[in-house]
Design a protein around this ligand. Structure first.
Ligand SMILES: Nc1ncnc2c1ncn2[C@@H]1O[C@H](COP(=O)(O)OP(=O)(O)OP(=O)(O)O)[C@@H](O)[C@H]1O
Ligand SMILES: [Mg+2]
Length: 282
């Protein structure tokens, strides 16, 4: 069960940013469905997992395209809310390979879709992954899913997710997000991850771009190197990492292999333009 945004992405590949009043042409572009929740759900479906996405789109052309795209990928869309009068979220990504700058409209809030989710869907063996949601409905969902025996992962995706942290078996962050969650100071990544763990949850997974990723839990620290790749577009790397990681972790709980699977899928995605490139064999 994945909770998170579903957007429409416009990714423009640029050599440099335009100056004020300047018109420049993108060297390449791709448009298509995206959004952190939807991307992770689609990769999990492509990896052969049964996935339900909880999200919200507008009652507009992009909302219908988003829903149809998820259906075509084999994602269960029963809990994709269509909000009358709301506009489907749009993300414009300016990408120069090594870095990306992203502007999103946010899209409709997910609270109603989350509140409407029957809690009877959660039981031991079900995993809930919540991407980019702060407090409110998402906090209650994590708590109730956990009470019913499901496992829970929380991906920060640029948000301060401290309200959800007490209910998460897994917390997935990049190094900047870890710093936002653990405050100022000079502590390194493992020390900060342990500080978050002190709040009582299982494992903190920190992605470190080209430096790979690390998983810190009560039993120790596991690190893995990033796969060598020529990065052409950073869009969707973190979402793909989460899917690769969760596919293995929910299977056998092996942190080292889960890190490797996440890093391998992320590298494949970063080597292509767009968040969900077709990858032969995936
Ligand atoms: N230069 C790189 N080479 C190989 N892999 C990379 C590189 N940069 C990023 N990655 C992969 O992408 C994953 C996610 O990227 P990163 O750690 O930068 O998180 P992020 O900034 O949160 O990304 P996103 O914005 O997509 O969520 C990393 O764990 C790593 O697997
Ligand atoms: Mg991220």
């Amino acid at each position: 069960m994945v909770v998170g945004s579903a957007n429409f992405d416009i990714v423009l590949g640029l050599g440099r940013l335009p100056r004020p009043h300047e018109k420049i042409r993108a060297a390449r572009s791709t448009t298509g469905p995206g959004g952190a929740g939807a991307n992770t759900a689609v990769w999990l479906a492509r990896l052969g997992r049964e996935v339900t996405l909880v999200t919200a789109v507008g009652e507009d052309l992009l909302g219908e395209a988003t829903r149809a795209g998820l259906v075509a990928e084999g994602v269960d869309t029963r809990f994709v809310g269509r909000i009358g009068g709301g506009s489907t979220g749009v993300a414009v990504v300016l990408s120069d390979g090594s870095a990306k700058r992203m502007v999103t409209t946010g899209g409709p809030p997910l609270d109603d879709a989350i509140d409407a989710l029957p809690r009877s869907l959660f039981s031991p063996g079900v995993h809930l992954h919540v991407a980019g949601q702060e407090r409110g409905a998402a906090t209650i969902l994590c708590r109730e899913a956990r009470e019913r025996g499901a496992t829970v992962s929380v991906e920060a995706n640029g948000r301060v997710v401290d309200g959800l942290v007490p209910y998460a078996d897994l917390i997935l962050v990049n190094a900047d997000e870890l710093r936002s969650l653990t405050g100022p100071g000079r502590s390194g990544v493992p020390a900060r991850a342990r500080r978050l763990l002190g709040a009582g949850h299982g494992t903190v997974v920190v992605t470190r771009g080209a430096a790979g990723a690390v998983a810190v839990s009560a039993t120790g620290t596991v690190t893995a190197h990033a796969q060598p790749v020529t990065v052409v577009d950073r869009t969707g790397g973190g979402d793909a990492f989460d899917a690769g990681f969760l596919d293995v972790w929910t299977g056998n709980g092996d942190l080292g292999r889960a890190l490797e699977a996440g890093l391998a899928l992320a590298a494949d995605v970063l080597g292509h333009v767009g968040a969900r490139p077709p990858l032969p064999g995936r």
